[in-house]
Design a protein around this ligand. Structure first.
Ligand SMILES: Nc1ncnc2c1ncn2[C@@H]1O[C@H](COP(=O)(O)OP(=O)(O)OP(=O)(O)O)[C@@H](O)[C@H]1O
Ligand SMILES: [Mg+2]
Length: 342
């Protein structure tokens, strides 16, 4: 009998010592009667030192106060589980999940089982998931704002042009339809922007950045009936898709700002590339307009309402470049994104 009790006590000790976590037992008077090896090591005490010790004395006033509500609730019969950052004796911290489990006998609670598990891996994974979700949302938002929104804005603009032409030809009924299309497209632009604000990109097909910018400039000129040219200098081809996409999106946003806000009639988009290892070379992208300019706005300090400039900044940071909005001496604004060879 004694031998079997000894065996089972030995087995229980071995079991709890090998468990990946801290295991302990507190009587309902909150005195310790058991702590496994890991619990003792965290407490920095021997088995003899903690047997019979009061929990408050052991944890200290501050720690006891933090845990007291959970302890009281467990003593009232309700299992408790909560995340807690433990301070280890060597001043390191550990992310844990603490369980206080009532030891019941019928309606009476005789004491508490304590189980403290290391959840650093789970926490890291959670953090990684949050970061990934945030990144994804930001990408969708940027895509909505920079791509879909701009395309619908172009439809609205063209519908307005159509309306004017129909009026000039004397067909009022058809002009009304064109006006309705323009209004709905404007509405869709606003909705896209609202969505993008809540979320906050990507495609650059098989063509090179220079080809894409060339086609873009042509499209802008046709759609908005303004003068828009593209100039490319330098012998290096930008072959990093992410870099090319970010530069393209910056050119898109800067151009639309120049037209929408500046009322620009002339736009020049220029791309200069320099020598350097693949993907790490120097580049300078500039979008110059002859619009009304930023009217003395300090875009670094002032709270600017829209998202476009912020997203351009974010994109420039992503590709290791700087972005500046420079008032032009003659008239208008220059958006300049540049990076030295890395
Ligand atoms: N080229 C420009 N010429 C004149 N004003 C500009 C120019 N670019 C930006 N601005 C001014 O800076 C403000 C902020 O631009 P930003 O692109 O951040 O936002 P937005 O265009 O108003 O909205 P969103 O880009 O979110 O659709 C604009 O509202 C406008 O007043
Ligand atoms: Mg904008």
């Amino acid at each position: 009998m004694n031998e079997s009790l000894h065996e089972s006590t030995h087995f229980m000790k071995m079991l709890t010592d090998f468990m990946p976590g801290m295991v302990g037992y507190w009587t309902k008077e909150l005195r310790s009667t058991f702590a496994n090896r890991e619990y003792l090591s965290w407490l920095g005490k021997s088995k003899e030192e903690i047997t019979g010790i009061a929990i408050r004395e052991l944890l200290g006033d501050e720690l006891f106060r933090k845990h007291e509500p959970y302890i009281r609730a467990a003593l009232a019969g309700e299992s408790q589980a909560f995340d807690y950052t433990l301070m280890l004796p060597n001043d390191e911290t550990r992310e844990t999940l603490v369980h206080y489990i009532p030891h019941r006998d019928g309606n009476e609670v005789l004491g508490l089982f304590v189980l403290i598990l290391d959840i650093a891996e789970r926490k890291n994974l959670e953090q990684a998931m949050i970061s990934a979700a945030e990144k994804r949302q930001r990408l969708i938002g940027q895509e909505l704002h920079d791509n879909l929104g701009q395309q619908i804005a172009a439809i609205a603009y063209q519908a307005q042009a159509l309306e004017r032409k129909i009026i000039a030809s004397g067909s009022e009924g058809a002009a009304e339809i064109a006006a309705a299309i323009a209004a709905q497209a404007q509405n869709a632009v606003v909705q896209c922007k609202h969505l993008a604000r809540g979320l906050l990109p990507l495609e650059l097909e098989s063509s090179s950045l220079a080809d894409v910018l060339q086609a873009f400039a042509k499209r802008i000129a046709l759609t908005y009936e303004i003068d828009c040219s593209f100039v490319c200098t330098g012998e290096t081809v930008i072959d990093d898709d992410n870099l090319a996409l970010n530069l393209y999106r910056i050119a898109q946003e800067a151009s639309h700002n120049a037209i929408d806000h500046g009322g620009a009639q002339h736009l020049t988009i220029s791309l200069e590339t320099g020598k350097g290892e693949a993907g790490k070379g120097m580049f300078r992208l500039s979008i110059c307009d002859d619009g009304c300019g930023l009217a003395g706005r300090d875009t670094k300090r002032e709270a600017i309402p829209g998202l476009g400039i912020k997203i351009m900044q974010y994109r420039a940071n992503q590709i290791g470049a700087t972005l500046k909005l420079i008032p032009r001496a003659e008239r208008g604004t220059e958006v300049l994104v540049e990076r030295q060879a890395l």
